[in-house]
Ligand binder design. Structure first.
Ligand SMILES: Nc1ncnc2c1ncn2[C@@H]1O[C@H](COP(=O)(O)OP(=O)(O)OP(=O)(O)O)[C@@H](O)[C@H]1O
Ligand SMILES: [Mg+2]
Length: 278
C-alpha cells in the first residue's frame, strides 16, 4: 500500500521496509502491519491528543504521577506546550509500560523502537501466522474460559508485582495468539501507588470476569481483586502467590448474629421436617 505519511520517517530511518496494510483504527491509534526484513511487525501510530475523547484523557491523568512539577503544570495548562507534553507523556507511558512488563515476564508484545510518535511492536499471530484475533472475536468453551481467566488474573498479579495496573484490561485489549492470550494497549497504565489504583485494578478484573463469565458462569462469582489487593498492600503478594478467588470479610465485619440465627432456623426447619414441633 501507499506509505501513510506518519510512517515515512520510519522508512527513512530504516526502522521498517514496507507498509503491508492497515489493521485497525482504534480510539487512540492506527495500527499497521509492516515488514522489517523478513519479519512482519505492527506499527502503532498514535493519534494526536486532541483527537482523543475527554474521558480517556481524564482517566489517564487521574492515576499518573508526573514527577517534574514544571511539566505537570504545563500538562494541566491548555497551551501548545502543555498539549505537546501531555501527548508525549501519554505515548511514552505505553513504551515504558511494555518494556517494564516484558522484563517482568508479562505476556505483552516485544517492542522494537519508538520513533516520531510511532511504536514498532512484535505482531501477535494466530496459528496461521495472521494477526491474532481479540478475545472479543472468539467463542470459548467453558474449560478454556476458566483457564484463560485464571491466566489473565495471574498476569494482573505479575503486573501489580511490577508496580503497574493495566487500566483498560478487557476482551478488547487481549489478543489470542497461537500460544494463548497476550495483553496489549497500555497507554493508560497506572502506577499501583496512585490514589485510585484499587478502583482501577478492580474494574480491570471485573471486566475480565464478566467476559469469561459468558462462557463459564461460575467465573462471575469470583472476587480476586480484593484478595489480591489485600496481599499487595501487606507486602505479601508474589507472582506465584496461591489465590482462592474468594474474599473473606474480616471477622469484625462478619454478621455473626445473622449467621447464628440462620443456623438456628435451619435446625428448626430440619426438626420440623422430622416431625418434631418447636
Ligand atoms: N502487537 C499486535 N499484534 C497484532 N495485532 C495488534 C497488535 N497491536 C494492536 N493490534 C491490533 O490493533 C488493534 C488496536 O490496537 P490497540 O488496542 O493497541 O489500539 P487502540 O487505539 O487502543 O485501539 P482500540 O480503541 O480498538 O482499543 C487491536 O485491537 C488489535 O486488533
Ligand atoms: Mg485497544
Amino acid at each position: 500500500m501507499k506509505t501513510p505519511s506518519r510512517l515515512v520517517p520510519l522508512i527513512h530511518a530504516d526502522l521498517i521496509d514496507e507498509v503491508v496494510g492497515q489493521l485497525q483504527s482504534g480510539k487512540e491509534a492506527e495500527v499497521y502491519v509492516v515488514r522489517c526484513g523478513d519479519q512482519y511487525r505492527c506499527a502503532k501510530v498514535y493519534k494526536e491528543a486532541t483527537h482523543r475523547s475527554f474521558k480517556q484523557k481524564t482517566q489517564y491523568t487521574e492515576g499518573r504521577g508526573v514527577r517534574n512539577s514544571r511539566r505537570s503544570r504545563a500538562m494541566e495548562s491548555n497551551t501548545r506546550y502543555g498539549r505537546k507534553e501531555r501527548e508525549s507523556e501519554w505515548q511514552n507511558t505505553e513504551v515504558e509500560a511494555l518494556s517494564l512488563l516484558a522484563a517482568a515476564g508479562v505476556r505483552v508484545p516485544q517492542t522494537f523502537g519508538y520513533y516520531e510518535g510511532v511504536l514498532v511492536l512484535q505482531m501477535i499471530t494466530d496459528a496461521d501466522g495472521n494477526p491474532a484475533p481479540r478475545l472479543d472475536d472468539v467463542a470459548l468453551m467453558g474449560e478454556q474460559a476458566r483457564e484463560y481467566h485464571l491466566l489473565l488474573v495471574r498476569e494482573a498479579v505479575l503486573m501489580l508485582c511490577a508496580g503497574l495496573i493495566h487500566g483498560d484490561l478487557s476482551e478488547f485489549n487481549v489478543l489470542l495468539s497461537q500460544d494463548g492470550p497476550v495483553i496489549i494497549d497500555l497507554p493508560q497504565a497506572v502506577q499501583a501507588t496512585a490514589n485510585n489504583a484499587f478502583a482501577i485494578f478492580e474494574r480491570d478484573l471485573v471486566h475480565l470476569s464478566a467476559f469469561f463469565g459468558r462462557f463459564a458462569p461460575e467465573v462471575v462469582a469470583t472476587d480476586y481483586a480484593k484478595e489480591i489487593w489485600k496481599l499487595y498492600k501487606s507486602g505479601k503478594l508474589r507472582p506465584d502467590t496461591v489465590l482462592t478467588g474468594r474474599f473473606e470479610q474480616s471477622a469484625k465485619k462478619a454478621d455473626l448474629k445473622g449467621v447464628l440465627s440462620e443456623i438456628a432456623d435451619a435446625r428448626d426447619e430440619e426438626m420440623e421436617r422430622r416431625g418434631f414441633k418447636k
